[in-house]
Design a protein around this ligand. Structure first.
Ligand code: ZN
Length: 134
C-alpha cells in the first residue's frame, strides 16, 4: 500500500494520428493552455518512449488533477489520453497505476525503471498563461 503523498505530479499523454487527428490535438492543446497552469511538452509525431502513438505530454501538479482531468474527460474530442502518476516507480506508474480516457493502448513499459531516486522526480514548470476558467 502507498499513501497518495507518493505522487509528486501527474502526466497526461494526449495521443493522436499525425495525418488524421493532429488538428484535433492542436485544438485541445491550445484550449488547455488557455485554462490551466501546466507544463506542455513538445510534439512527438514520431514514436518516443513507451508510447504506441504520436503524442504530446501535459505535466501538472497534484493540485490541478481535480480540475484538469474532468475537463479532459469532457473535451478530449475522441482522442485517447493516458493519465499517470509520477512516483518513484515509473514502470508501475504506467503499467499499473495509470488511468485511460478512451481506448486502452498497449505500452512498451517494460524498459522503464522500477525505481528512481526522489530527487529525479519531475518538477512541473508551468509554461502556460491561462486566462479562461475551465
Ligand atoms: Zn509520462
Amino acid at each position: 500500500m502507498q499513501p497518495i503523498s507518493a505522487i509528486g505530479s501527474y502526466h497526461a499523454h494526449v495521443y493522436y494520428d499525425p495525418t488524421r487527428t493532429r488538428d484535433v490535438a492542436e485544438r485541445l492543446r491550445a484550449r488547455v493552455a488557455e485554462r490551466f497552469p501546466v507544463q506542455l511538452g513538445r510534439w512527438h509525431d514520431k514514436l518516443v518512449g513507451p508510447h504506441p502513438l504520436a503524442m504530446f505530454q501535459i505535466a501538472f501538479d497534484t493540485a490541478e488533477f481535480a480540475r484538469l482531468v474532468p475537463w479532459l474527460m469532457l473535451n478530449r474530442e475522441g482522442l485517447t489520453i493516458l493519465v499517470h502518476p509520477n512516483t518513484a516507480n515509473p514502470r508501475a506508474d504506467h503499467e499499473v497505476h495509470a488511468l485511460w480516457l478512451g481506448a486502452v493502448l498497449p505500452l512498451s513499459a517494460g524498459y522503464l525503471p522500477e525505481l528512481i531516486e526522489d530527487d529525479e522526480a519531475e518538477t512541473v514548470r508551468p509554461n502556460t498563461a491561462p486566462t479562461l476558467q475551465p
